[in-house]
Design a protein around this ligand. Structure first.
Ligand SMILES: *[C@@H]1O[C@H](CO)[C@@H](O)[C@H](O)[C@H]1NC(C)=O
Ligand SMILES: *[C@@H]1O[C@H](CO)[C@@H](O)[C@H](O)[C@H]1NC(C)=O
Ligand SMILES: *[C@@H]1O[C@H](CO)[C@@H](O)[C@H](O)[C@H]1NC(C)=O
Length: 424
């Protein structure tokens, strides 16, 4: 007789935190917890099934073509999670530095963004819902989600925004939230979902938030050190294993991990956006510079792996995120991936679920290759933190000196030539 295989302790559940940006002020006032248990009658695709394929995305312009849905449908997710900026509900005035309608700079006298009427917001949601790929996905997968600033109604708006109740209603309509749902009566759209049978549960919590960040801004949570500490403490105190984050908002994708927040690495998979992406805003030769900038941006949390499409391990074209859990292998494993508009993998990490279990005296901290994931960017030496600026100004300086030398050479050559002419 052979001894039974020793099964690794199954994770009680995977805990998946969805965060979105700019709304931390609102969150502070959200205190009610609620839980939706599946199956819901209208979600035949999840029924009591084990969830092992999840896709997510953010930042979709309802008025632009959205070809990426084809790749998402090809992945065949059971669950799709909207991470915000599901539509662009607000309006943007042109960039102007001077005049009566200066929208940027020291002479700014007009806000760059302004909200839409309710009817216009509704129309934009209809456009989004009518995107052919998305309509098909809705038939094949359960769709859930949260908002960010542009679908909340206004760029960078917070708790004070007066139309927030309208925006909430419109988002919940878009997500087909039942009329009698408690989510329609609470302040904010936070929610928590529990999928799958015991031993193979996935919990999705959409609640918090803390990230604001321009292009390639490192470590957005760094702006909210207190909140971040509180969050880490919450995770540690709960003694929950399997917690990781998914996020959107920034118009590029990356995978990060922080190894000293709790007793196992905290991963964050950022996917942004479904249509909006940094590299689409610049003409072709500049995308190399953007990638170079991303590569030079000091980062301690970004996970560099050989599977990245680019050396920077950021991906600033249209993308979506993917989570695949293999519940049936021993040990169980999980894969985080970023995929391109064609469905190709552009960044991926895969590991055993046991890595997301608390370990007293975490052994991974002793490994050199993970040590840097314990450093916060703000703790880096100043020359590392500013290396991008050095590279930029250094390059400018070199060009400037080269230009001066060139001018000097031309001037002295010209002088010699004139003198020669005179002599002749
Ligand atoms: C959302 O956050 C608040 C405060 O941060 C917390 O009290 C509440 O339980 C959370 N809700 C969910 C659904 O996790
Ligand atoms: C969305 O797409 C439309 C059509 O291409 C474009 O006119 C509009 O500026 C885009 N909006 C944003 C926020 O990018
Ligand atoms: C918005 O909704 C909240 C919670 O449902 C409610 O307490 C508040 O009075 C509403 N505000 C307005 C302006 O209707």
């Amino acid at each position: 007789m052979t001894a039974p295989l020793v099964r690794p302790r199954l994770l009680p559940f995977l805990f998946l935190l969805v965060y979105f940006c700019n709304l931390c002020k609102i969150i502070a006032s959200e205190t009610r917890e609620r839980e939706i248990r599946f199956p819901k009658p209208q979600s035949p695709y999840l029924s009591d099934a084990v969830v092992s394929r999840i896709a997510f995305g953010s930042c979709a312009n309802q008025s632009a073509p959205q070809p990426i849905w084809n790749a998402i449908i090809d992945f065949a997710p059971q669950l799709f999670i909207w991470l915000g900026d599901n539509i662009y509900g607000d309006n943007r005035r042109p960039l102007r530095f001077f005049g009566r309608e200066a929208t940027v700079g020291p002479l700014k006298n007009t806000p760059r963004f302004f909200p839409s009427e309710e009817s216009e917001m509704r129309r934009r949601y209809q456009l989004a819902k009518a995107q052919p790929g998305y309509s098909l996905l809705r038939k094949r997968a359960q769709v859930i989600g949260t908002w960010d600033d542009h679908d909340y109604g206004l760029n960078d708006a917070g708790k004070e925004f007066s139309e927030k109740n309208t925006s909430q209603r419109l988002l919940l309509d878009f997500l087909d939230e039942p009329e009698d749902s408690a989510r329609r009566r609470q302040a904010g759209v936070y929610a928590s979902y529990l999928f799958g049978p015991k031993g193979k549960q996935v919990k999705v919590v959409s609640n918090l938030s803390a990230s604001t960040g321009p292009i390639f801004y490192v470590e957005s949570w760094g702006h909210f050190p207190k909140e971040r500490k509180r969050l880490y403490k919450l995770i540690s105190d709960s003694e929950r294993s399997g917690v990781f984050f998914i996020s959107g908002d920034v118009h590029f994708a990356e995978i990060t991990r922080y190894d000293c927040g709790c007793e196992y690495p905290l991963y964050d998979i950022t996917s942004s956006g479904l249509t909006q992406a940094v590299e689409r805003t610049v003409p072709p030769p500049l995308d190399y510079l953007l990638r170079l900038a991303a590569w030079l941006t000091p980062t301690t949390m970004r996970v560099y792996s050989s599977t990245c499409q680019y050396k920077s391990c950021t991906y600033a074209k249209q993308n979506f995120g993917v989570i695949e859990i293999d519940w049936d292998t021993i040990p169980q494993s999980i894969k985080f991936e970023v995929r391109s508009v064609n469905g190709n993998s552009v960044n991926m990490v895969k590991f055993s679920l046991t890595e997301l279990q608390p370990k007293k005296m975490n052994r991974i901290h002793k490994q050199e290759k993970y040590r840097q994931h314990c450093i916060l960017e703000i703790e880096l030496p100043w020359f590392r933190r500013h290396q991008l600026a050095f590279a930029f100004f250094g390059t400018l300086a070199v060009y400037f000196v080269a230009l001066i030398i060139l001018v000097w050479i031309i001037a002295s050559a010209g002088k010699t030539f004139v003198q020669k002419l005179k002599i002749d």
